[in-house]
Design a protein around this ligand. Sequence first.
Ligand SMILES: Nc1ncnc2c1ncn2[C@@H]1O[C@H](COP(=O)(O)OP(=O)(O)OP(=O)(O)O)[C@@H](O)[C@H]1O
Ligand SMILES: [Mg+2]
Length: 288
Amino acid sequence: MTTTAEPPTTAEPPPAAVACTGLDHAFGDTKAVDGLDLTVHAGEVFGLLGPNGAGKTTAIRCVTTLLPVPPGRVRVFGHDAGDERMAVRRLLGYVPQQLSADAHLTGRENVSLFARVFDVPRRERAERVSQALAAVDLADAADRLAGTYSGGMVRRLELAQALVSAPRLLILDEPTIGLDPIARTSVWEHITAVREATGMTVLVTTHYMDEADRYCDRVALMHRGRVRALGTPAALRRGLGKRRGAAATDPPPTLEDVFRDVAGSGLDDSSGGFSDVRSTRRTAQRVG
Ligand SMILES: Nc1ncnc2c1ncn2[C@@H]1O[C@H](COP(=O)(O)OP(=O)(O)OP(=O)(O)O)[C@@H](O)[C@H]1O
Ligand SMILES: [Mg+2]
């Protein structure tokens, strides 16, 4: 009797947008990222939260391949950030924590530069640049120097720069720091609209817990280089409420309470809790 191999009954699950496994990164004696395990599912908005110095930016720079990682530690849609750097970069749009727009170029010139760097085909470039600017409501200001933009416009310009290559994964490092509440909402509305239109995955860091609660499908709370809590904002809030055994009359815990609970004494009191003085100053410099 001959037997034939059974066909596979289940399809392979699609690869995660980001999968970090035991990721380490040190600067000299400082272990910025210390055995980080993190999975971002395709299509979700994932918030990476944590106090100043937790290692969020370092972890993100490992995912973007801007910091070198050994093979096997970071995969982006199945591609290894250690030995397939170009393949990973082609999938990404990245808005860094530091200013990435040039004040001496117009909005359109800034976005065109990114279109060239990210290999948008020459024939499509002008159209794609205009579309990216329009997607963040900068069509009317596109031909003004970026140095004349407000802080909110600069952040939206950086979003257009990151979106022009039609990334599958958009990585935003504190996209709304230092912006007024209306400008913050505007940045999120633009992210949400592009995401709904394209299905892209978003990995974002923020110190604004209200934003994380409202816009993120899941969040990870990072502290001293590792993830200390993970889940939907609602599940994390509920979990803290249960651990505290709160009475029904107590106000329900907020995501900020969860943050304080996880970061505990690790918070630097001089940083004023969640207000990131350092980054706010940076935004002030960029705008001024
Ligand atoms: N280029 C660098 N050289 C030396 N040390 C660094 C460098 N970048 C980061 N670090 C250190 O690594 C640790 C993690 O920093 P990182 O910028 O990743 O934190 P973060 O969570 O992004 O903080 P923030 O919320 O303030 O942006 C900190 O102790 C920081 O001082
Ligand atoms: Mg940072």
